[in-house]
Structure formats: C-alpha cells, structure tokens
Design a protein around this ligand. Sequence first.
Ligand code: NDP
Length: 285
Amino acid sequence: MAKLLEGKPIAEKIKEEIKQQIQSLGKKPVLASIMVGENAGAEAYVRSQKKTAEGLGIEYQFHKLGQDTKEDAFIDFIEKLNADKSIDGIIIQMPLPAQIEYKKISQFIAPEKDVEGLHPFNIGRIVFGKANILPCTAASVMELLNSTGLDLYGREVVIVGHSEIVGKPLSLLLLDKFATVTVCHIGTSKAGKLEEHVRGAEILIVAVGKAGLIKGEWIKEGAVVIDVGINRIGDKIVGDVEFEGAEKRASYITPVPGGVGPLTVTMLMRNLIEAVKLKNRGAEK
Ligand code: NDP
C-alpha cells in the first residue's frame, strides 16, 4: 500500500523557512493581487492567499477592477504596479472576463515581479537551468518528489498533460535532474498509447483535469504517483488517477485534495521572497 504524499507538512516547513528569510530581507514584502469583476471561487482563493501571506509577514494588497475593464486599461494598471517600487510581486486572479486574454496581459508584468513564474523571461530561464522563479504548480510537484528522497537520475518519468503552467515547465525541470522524461497529451491518447506509456512510468505526474483518466491497474508496481488534477464530482473532489487501484500498486501517491494543492500558495510566497532577494542583490542576467 502506497505512502501518502501530503502537501501540508511540506508547505509548513517551507513557510517556516520563508518566515526566517523575511527577517533578513530588511523590508516587509508586498504582494499585489488583481481581480477583475466578481467570482466567488476567485474570492475564496484570494482570502486564502491573504491569510497565508499575512501569516508569514507579507503585505497583501488587493485591487479589484470592474467587470467591463478593457484590456488596454488593465495593461495600464499592471504598468502602474510595475513602476511602483514598493510592490515586489504581482498576481492576476483567474478567471478573467472574455475581453481580457490572460496569455497576452500576463506578459506585461515585469519579469522581476512575476511571482507566478509564467512570464516568458522566467520560463526561458528554466531552459537554461537558471530559474529563480518557478511556475507554482510545477515547483510544488518538484517539492513533493524531493520529499520522497528518490534520486531522479535516469528515472523513467511520464508526465500526462503539456500545459504551460504544469507539464511543459515540469518536463524541463525534470530533464535538468537527468530523468528520462516522456510527455503525453491528447495526441498520445488519440493514438491509443497512453496506457503503454503510463505502464512504464517509475514516476507518473498527471495534470489533465479528467477524473479517472488513469486506471489504477496501469500503475507500475512501486511507482511514485503525483496527481495534479482537480475534478468536482457532485460534492467530492477527485484527481485524474483512480486512487483506490493506484494506491495498491504505487510506493507513494498524492491524495486529492491534499497533495499538490496545499503547496501552490506557499510556492507563490516563496517566489515573492525570491523576487525581493533578486531585487536586493540585482538579478544576475
Ligand atoms: P490544461 O487544460 O491547460 O491542460 C490539460 C492538458 O491535458 C493539456 O495538455 C491537454 O492536451 C491534456 N489532455 C486533455 N485530455 C487528455 C487526454 N485524454 N489524454 C491525455 N492528455 C490530455 O490544464 P492545466 O494544466 O491548467 O490543469 C490540469 C489539471 O490540474 C486541472 O484539473 C486543474 O484543475 C489542475 N490544477 C491543479 C492545481 C493544484 O494546485 N492542485 C494547479 C493547477 C492546475 P491538449 O492541450 O493537447 O488538449
């Protein structure tokens, strides 16, 4: 039976490190959060970010723009925050209204304030093995893997899902550790090859958003399984991997909820501290 890989204890440990680092920064870090319009889910997420930030000694500055805000006006607002020297990091809350395209506007955040780690500058640094600020979900997965103590060198890692926020950056981070990385996506499934790849995985990371996509019996004996997926089935939240079958075969498995999720906000705060440290010492380019 697999050991559970829970995010909370790792997050608590990292939070303690963050608190100590804040004391040596010489200033209270400031995180600016922008939300456009009304959304109950995003508001709950903002409350949880604010609570985490304030618990660590971070100032959480919340900005709410009207539902009808035009893209140009939003970009002007971001540029105002970029120019404000008191602000160390900027985060844009999802979802955004239809008239604002996240991929476009997120590129206007100054890379040194991009605490979500999604600006092309920060993604580009991953390619060169020089990342300071990592996309939060990918960083959370790396922390979970790290907590197993497993050496990634030469391991067969299979990632299912190739999004910009999870699968793509993870594939680069794992390559950097000399894992043998296979990235599966919709094309893999359509070619009927998903099961074959998953069966060969010593480490399996799934980030798709389809409940039950990965069957329990596909899991290799002793594999490490990280399930990033979040799917709401009635009043239950489940991942992309059939948990009951998988936990009988895996050596480690993340619960959903409780695995990756509790770590992502902590990674955001860690990125903020990294941003302040980089500013203090002048970023090496
Ligand atoms: P995206 O929708 O951006 O990406 C999903 C990926 O899965 C795409 O690469 C897609 O391929 C691929 N895919 C879709 N269907 C299949 C299939 N049948 N077989 C193989 N691959 C498939 O999602 P995100 O990366 O943003 O999120 C993925 C999941 O992780 C979601 O459930 C999300 O809620 C969750 N999540 C959880 C977080 C946490 O903190 N725990 C944080 C972020 C995300 P293609 O694009 O080619 O169709």
